[in-house]
Design a protein around this ligand. Structure first.
Ligand code: SF4
Length: 349
């Protein structure tokens, strides 16, 4: 997945212990000083240079300091969005919203000021106190999404940032960390999260994932990991996201849900829940994708059943039209109830 040969680094990040650890882990990498992790034109800038992206993702790492360390309210999948300890991703899902902000090759940027981020989170958790009313995020714990802008399982190949947060939440009986992932990193099985980290394996039908989930762990590997992560002390939920309405989606999801039901054990089923998130796409991303992966766009770009949507952050995206979307969510809920009845739907959007 990663063979880092260049580390673009802010001076302030290099001065921190985490920055030093990361540089020490890739001793042969060239260090390229940068003023800001946000502005590295040769890495982020060139939308047209699609052929270089995967190489950049494999070979380049960015080391920065997160300037604004703040927790945001969410209330959908998690109660709060924790400050990111990384952004960008070494994988390359065709629908990914992460590069829409930071340029299209979007390799991983790791934030070296993990101590400041951990201190902020510990204070936030302590101020919050116990959760007194259950909600869709969790019945008893405040849930903090720690992976909004990256995939924590891949981030854990690069630094101990995610492990440090897992350690923090292990000691936080009123709170829980949560992240969705498309990569199986079995190193995490040794971390002893003591039930305070929820890992949400993203699943979609195999054939769709083969076209759209580039560089990720195969779906069968993700399903096979569920029992092992439960046994290792994680809460394991499923992230049905994005749900892509292909011509065969109902049959494909039926088979997928059946496979999960037949593969996972009773312990995993007893704690299982999922979220359903329908695909949103973006006309700019669509244009870029046509340059490198037009097959993916056959599944993702279906204007006959999509409409424009202004997102929370003001971006104009497309989503499935009403009533297609409402019908599809209702159908998927019925399929889950029939094929994977142990799985509670925590949230559908
Ligand atoms: S794994 Fe997640 S963050 Fe990485 S490319 Fe795919 S959708 Fe984006």
């Amino acid at each position: 997945m990663l063979q880092i040969s260049r580390i673009y680094a802010e001076d302030a990040a290099l001065a921190l212990p985490r920055g030093q650890e990361i540089v020490g882990a890739w001793p042969d990498a060239e260090i390229v000083p940068v003023a800001s992790h946000w502005q590295i034109p040769e890495v982020h800038g060139d939308e047209a240079n699609v052929r270089r992206w995967v190489r950049i993702k494999t070979e380049a790492l960015v080391l920065g300091v997160k300037k604004s360390v703040a927790t945001r309210l969410n209330g959908r999948s998690a109660d709060f969005i924790a400050p990111s300890t990384a952004n960008g991703c070494a994988m390359a899902c065709a629908y990914c919203y992460v590069p829409r902000r930071k340029g299209y090759s979007n390799p991983v940027t790791v934030f070296a000021n993990i101590e400041a981020i951990s201190r902020h989170l510990a204070r936030h958790i302590s101020r919050q106190g116990p959760k007194t009313e259950p909600n869709q995020c969790d019945p008893e714990a405040w849930v903090y999404d720690i992976g909004e802008n990256s995939d924590c399982s891949v981030d854990a190949l690069i630094s101990d940032n995610v492990r440090d947060l897992t350690d923090l939440f292990r000691m936080s009986p009123t709170a829980k960390a949560s992240f969705a992932t498309k990569y199986v990193n079995r190193n995490l099985l040794d971390w002893d999260p003591a039930g305070r980290t929820r890992i949400r394996f993203s699943l979609m039908p195999h054939e769709t994932a083969k076209v759209t989930d580039i560089r990720t762990s195969p779906i069968a590997e993700r399903i096979a990991a569920i029992d092992d992560f439960v046994a290792a002390g994680y809460e394991v939920h499923l992230n049905f996201s994005p749900v892509i309405l292909t011509p065969t989606w109902i049959a494909d999801w039926t088979a997928l849900l059946r496979e999960v039901n037949e593969t996972i054990g009773e312990r995993a089923k007893a704690q299982l829940a999922c979220e359903i998130i329908m695909l949103t796409h973006n006309d700019r991303l669509h244009e870029v994708n046509l340059g490198w992966h037009p097959r993916g766009e056959d599944l993702l770009w279906t204007p006959a059943i999509q409409e424009p949507k202004v997102s929370q952050n003001g971006a104009v995206n497309v989503r499935y039209r009403h009533p297609y979307k409402a019908d599809a969510v209702a159908t998927l809920r019925e399929l889950i109830a029939r094929e994977l009845p142990s799985c509670r739907v925590r949230y559908a959007f």
